[in-house]
Design a protein around this ligand. Structure first.
Ligand code: D61
Ligand code: MG
Length: 418
């Protein structure tokens, strides 16, 4: 039971209870299902079934047209990514399929029935998604189609080439996540919910995507390794091992953790640009949509830093922590406070003999610099006496509420947690 894991953290228990009892207004999905067409409803069902991390924040976008465009954007790219990830499709078929995928958006019959991936439903029901794509305003269609074309072509680049340099790491992350940031920003501006500059500054929107994708790649080392995939750049791991897979061997644990720390340092460099990007956002629901994944990422990086468990299993944050962060990331000052909290934690834990120690300190200080704020983010594990008696009562009451909240949030929070 989640309650138990967070029991030693009173603040998290309070956040969990507030969340479970509906105190998550900021990220509440907008329910206008009555006015939606059957095909659009099906798209939202696909969204909920395929995205544990983004379904709730997408559904909470205030502007209806922007919400639908974002939902369709997600499903189109999820379909594309399902083709990329499917190891049962031979490259001779996969490569042309990825390169021409954007054309399927205008073909009302196109679908793909031979995928073995867990999200294969978005390929099998692609006519529903492409139909709703064609109902979007032309500006939204243009953005989604362009990004789909660039991502499809980009994905094939590293089928033929190894990920070696840090520039190539950035290039791969640009294709699969930076382009998402660029497309989203163009949708935000096209909807008039955000200023023109947000959509025009592709450098910053790319950096938002890089921070999320690098965090995933770092955290998912073992999972990817077991599935025969490799996304860590050789320029870094080559300094610590002769094969990427050797990092998982117990005898290499010291070197492996040093390698991990170097990659985390590289990801932390992105924080100042992410803060700058978020500082331009005006719409509350767009802000939440962007900020929540970012704070989950910094929390994940802090948990992974200098942690050998990354090579033995999945490292995730506690549910209580995720909920507390999620509810606390509704304005820039609070996001800065969360970012500086986790950065300070990393700074304190830098091992003196780590080869990247000096660089990590420098990068953390730069992040702390841009995250200066009067706000503070505290985590406590001290038990006030009143808390002890309250918790027993709340525990009993909330047991009743526990199962009553929308499954969307539970899976959303779970996607980031242990
Ligand atoms: C603001 C808010 C959200 C943002 C953002 C800025 C900038 C970028 C992103 C979201 C995208 C971040 C992607 C990080 C997670 N990585 C993946 O899902 C990998 O697939 C990448 C290709 C498909 C991207 C699909 C996507 C993701 C999020 C979206 C979106 C599209 C559209 C709208 C909103 C959010 C990863 O997938 C793991 C898996 O298959 O389970 C992979 O294959 O590497
Ligand atoms: Mg993929």
């Amino acid at each position: 039971m989640e309650f138990v894991k967070s029991f030693a953290h009173p603040d998290e228990v309070m956040a969990l209870v507030k969340f479970k009892m509906g105190g998550c207004q900021a990220v509440m999905p907008k329910s206008d299902t009555k006015t939606m067409s059957e095909t659009l409803k099906k798209c939202y069902v696909h969204l909920t079934n395929t995205s544990r991390s983004f379904a709730a924040v997408i559904q909470a976008i205030d502007d209806v047209a922007l919400r639908h465009a974002t939902c369709i954007f997600y499903l189109v790219l999820r379909a594309l990514d399902t083709v990329e990830d499917d190891m049962t499709i031979p490259n001779s078929i996969k490569i042309p399929m990825l390169k021409s995928f954007h054309k399927n958006l205008l073909d009302k019959n196109w679908k793909y029935m031979d995928s073995k991936e867990k999200d294969k439903l978005v390929l099998e029901d692609f006519p529903t998604i492409s139909y709703e794509f064609r109902q979007l305003k032309p500006v939204y269609q243009q953005v989604i189609s362009d990004i789909c074309q660039q991502m499809g072509a980009g994905m094939t680049v590293f089928f033929e080439r190894d990920l070696i340099t840090l520039a190539e790491w950035d290039e791969y992350c640009h294709y699969v996540a930076g382009l998402v940031g660029i497309g989203l920003s163009k949708l935000f501006s096209a909807s008039k919910q955000e200023d023109e500059i947000v959509g025009k500054d592709t450098y910053l929107s790319n950096r938002m995507g890089l921070f999320l994708q690098k965090t995933n790649i770092i955290r998912d080392y073992l999972e990817d390794q077991l599935e025969g995939r490799a996304f860590w750049p050789r320029a870094v791991w080559g300094k610590y091992a002769s094969e990427l897979g050797d990092l998982a061997k117990e005898e290499n644990v010291d070197k492996s953790v040093q390698c991990l720390n170097e990659l985390i340092t590289n990801a932390l460099e992105l924080i100042p640009d992410c803060i700058k990007y978020m500082s331009r956002l005006k719409d509350q629901s767009v802000f939440n949509f962007c900020a929540i994944p970012q704070v989950m990422a910094i929390g994940t990086l802090e948990r992974c830093y200098n942690n050998s468990k990354v090579f033995k299993g999945v490292v995730k944050i506690r549910k209580g922590e995720a909920v507390k962060m999620m509810m606390g990331s509704t304005n820039l000052e609070q996001v800065k406070a969360i970012m500086s909290h986790f950065t300070s934690q990393i700074l304190r834990r830098i091992p003196a003999n780590d080869p990247t120690a000096n660089r990590t300190r420098e990068v953390c200080r730069q992040a702390l610099d841009v995250c200066q704020t009067k706000h503070e983010y505290t985590t406590s594990s001290i038990f006030p006496p009143l808390y002890m008696s309250c918790i027993l009562m709340i525990g009993a009451i909330s047991y009743k509420y526990w199962s009553e909240i929308s499954a969307v949030y539970d899976s959303f929070v779970e996607s980031y947690t242990t």
